[in-house]
Structure formats: structure tokens, C-alpha cells
Design a protein around this ligand. Structure first.
Ligand SMILES: C[S@@+](CC[C@H](N)C(=O)[O-])C[C@H]1O[C@@H](n2cnc3c(N)ncnc32)[C@H](O)[C@@H]1O
Length: 347
């Protein structure tokens, strides 16, 4: 085999491995209890899950009657061994179908679960998987983070409801942010204190920095992971209580955006109705009846609020400034972190 192709095989294997971490049942339960009303009479599809080991399959099969589901479909990617940590080295995938407790044992029994060997590898983009997706009402899973954009795009192409785990870095991806801005996608309730713990194959432990992997529990800790959904939840209708008064000193105007800088979501001024830049974490508190999302600070002018582009004569760090909200202090410019540009809706 040529060296280049050998290297790209290795890179593929490494990327695939970095997608191998598994959602804990307790986290699935904590999030999904907020969506119960949505599941009645629905077909749920977990399309990145080995059904024999997935916490998602476990949750839906054991709560099938309680949720009033119509059908549960689960497919895995390549892996067909009964081993949570297989290296995805089997090309054929399997599909499992469950339509509820038929023998009144109160639990899903093996003889109630239909197992079908798929023709292909179970890739969520394959024709076979797309045919299953078409049957589904709601997709619930933790998809490979490296394919998040494609995964979400496919769900919208097929007009599906979903609850999925993903890196919050995805919020700033153009395709994903557009959906958030248009109120077609939002964040779910989230992991406890913003920390998500996932199980990983033990041999992947060496890929993580110190303090991320706990060898006693076999769990890795990710700080920037959340749930993404397009199903309505109560949190989305909770009003953020505001108490601070606006002063130009505390909330300086940007030099390059027609907006003010609010560096802490809890400090959004109660008496200000113009455009404001807030941290991305604002999305955890976002109620579309209270606020409107106008854009995000970036190179382009997606908000229509950008007033200026800097050049080398303005500042050494002009390229950085052009990606951010900039605050002018004397003759110096200070760039802020990535900001969402928002506005209060009048009560
Ligand atoms: C982050 S893991 C989560 C696994 C499981 N959904 C869970 O939450 O425990 C992502 C899974 O997607 C699988 N996967 C990778 N590429 C895939 C693809 N193209 N289509 C479907 N699944 C894929 C991986 O094998 C991996 O098990």
C-alpha cells in the first residue's frame, strides 16, 4: 500500500476512534424527562447506536410503554460484535426494532426484539439508514462529533425532530448558527453543571490530557458538550430575571458594531433595548419571547450591525479585531470573546 494511502487510513481510524465515547444512561434520563410529552405515538430512531449496548436503546426500550412509543429503531455503525468497545472493524451493521412488551413481562425480552442484518455499514448517510430515518418521527442519539454538521443537515433535509448530544463549539458553525438564529434549533437542558462524562474504550485513554480521563471510572470529562434539539421544552419559556441598570461606563459600545458589550449574561441591563453582545453561554438562558438573536461576531456581517473593518494602519491585531467585537480605549483596541448579538423584545 502507498504511504499516503496508509497514512490516510490511519488518520481515518484515529478520527473514528475519537468519536468513540458513550453516553451514560443517567444523563440520558436526566435530559429526556423534559421531553416526555413529545413521544406519545411516535417512532424513535437512534441511528448511531449499537442497540445491544446503547444507553439510548436501553432508555427507550425500558420506557416504551410509559412514553407511549409506537416503535423504536436502532442501528449501529459497522460494529456487530457484542462489545461496546469494538474497533468498528466489521463492515456490516445491524438494525433492531422494538414495538413494545408483548408478553407482559414488563421488560424488553430478546424474543420481542427484531434483529436484522443490514446490507451496508450502518452509516447514517447510507440509503438503508435514510430509509429508516424516513419512517422516524424523532431521532435521539449522540452522533459522531466529527460529523455533527452533516448529521444535523440531514435531519433538516428530512424534516425530523431530534434530541442529540454535540459539542457546543458547533454553535458557531455557519450552518448550525443559522438554524439557531432562525429559532429552528436550540439547546436542551444540558449536563449537570455543564460537565459531561462519557465512557471511552480504555485504549483511547492515552489520547486525553491529564485530568480529563479518570481510570477508576473509565469516564472522560468534557466541559463544552450539550444537548441540541428542535423540540419544545419548558426551559425555553422561562424568563431571565434582569436587574442591572444600563450605564455607558459599565456597558461600553463596540467600535466596530452598533451594539454594546455585556460580558456576563446575568448583567443584561433591564432598561436597554438596543443591540448587545453577550457570551455564547447566553443560549442556555435564551427565551425567544424575551430576546431576539441578531447574529454573531464574525468576519462577515451576518447581523447587519458591523460598522467597520480594520486594516494594518489601525492596529497590529486588525485580523483578530475583524473577527470580534472591538472596544476602543484611547488609541488601543481590545477584542472581546465571540459574542452573540441579541436584542430584548419589548414586553
Ligand atoms: C459519540 S459516539 C456515541 C455512541 C452512542 N450514540 C452513545 O451515545 O453512547 C458516536 C458513535 O457513532 C458511530 N459512528 C461513527 N461514524 C458513524 C457514521 N458515519 N454513521 C453512523 N454512526 C457512526 C461511532 O461508531 C460511535 O459509536
Amino acid at each position: 500500500m502507498a504511504v499516503a494511502s496508509k497514512n490516510s487510513n490511519l488518520a481515518r481510524a484515529r478520527d473514528a476512534k475519537q468519536d468513540e465515547f458513550y453516553t451514560q444512561l443517567s444523563d440520558i434520563e436526566k435530559e429526556l424527562k423534559h421531553y416526555k410529552k413529545h413521544f406519545k405515538g411516535k417512532v424513535v430512531y437512534c441511528n448511531c447506536d449499537d442497540p445491544r449496548v446503547s444507553g439510548f436503546f436501553h432508555y427507550f426500550s425500558y420506557n416504551f410503554e410509559k412514553l407511549g412509543l409506537k416503535k423504536l429503531i436502532t442501528t449501529c455503525y459497522k460494529n456487530k460484535e457484542r462489545d461496546l468497545f469494538s474497533a468498528n472493524d466489521t463492515e456490516h451493521a445491524i438494525m433492531l426494532e422494538y414495538t413494545g412488551d408483548k408478553n407482559n413481562s414488563g421488560v424488553p425480552d430478546p424474543n420481542e426484539i427484531g434483529i436484522v442484518k443490514l446490507e451496508g455499514d450502518g452509516d447514517f448517510r447510507s440509503e438503508e439508514s435514510i430509509e429508516l430515518l424516513k419512517q422516524a418521527d424523532i431521532v435521539v442519539t449522540n452522533p459522531p462529533f466529527s460529523l455533527f454538521r452533516e448529521f444535523i443537515t440531514q435531519l433538516y433535509e428530512h424534516d425530523k425532530k431530534f434530541i442529540v448530544v454535540g459539542s457546543k463549539n458547533a454553535i458557531t458553525y455557519k450552518e448550525i448558527f443559522k438554524l439557531i438564529k432562525e429559532n429552528k434549533l436550540w439547546l436542551g437542558n444540558g449536563f449537570s453543571a455543564g460537565n459531561a462524562y462519557f465512557k471511552i474504550p480504555p485504549e483511547n485513554a492515552r489520547n486525553f490530557a491529564n485530568g480529563v480521563y479518570d481510570k477508576d471510572t473509565g469516564l472522560v470529562k468534557f466541559r463544552n458538550v450539550g444537548w441540541f434539539t428542535n423540540l419544545d421544552i419548558a426551559k425555553r419559556h422561562e424568563e431571565l430575571i434582569l436587574f442591572k441598570k444600563y450605564t455607558p461606563d459599565e456597558f461600553p459600545a463596540y467600535d466596530n458594531y452598533d451594539a454594546i458589550e455585556v460580558s456576563n449574561t446575568k448583567d443584561i441591563p433591564v432598561d436597554y433595548f438596543g443591540a448587545m453582545g453577550v457570551p455564547i453561554t447566553f443560549l442556555d438562558k435564551y427565551n425567544p419571547d424575551q430576546f431576539e438573536i441578531l447574529g454573531i461576531t464574525d468576519r462577515d456581517n451576518n447581523s447587519g450591525l458591523k460598522t467597520k473593518e480594520y486594516g494594518p494602519d489601525d492596529a497590529k491585531n486588525h485580523t483578530d479585531l475583524n473577527r470580534r467585537g472591538a472596544i476602543r480605549i484611547g488609541n488601543e483596541y481590545k477584542s472581546t470573546y465571540a459574542r452573540l448579538l441579541i436584542r430584548r423584545k419589548q414586553a
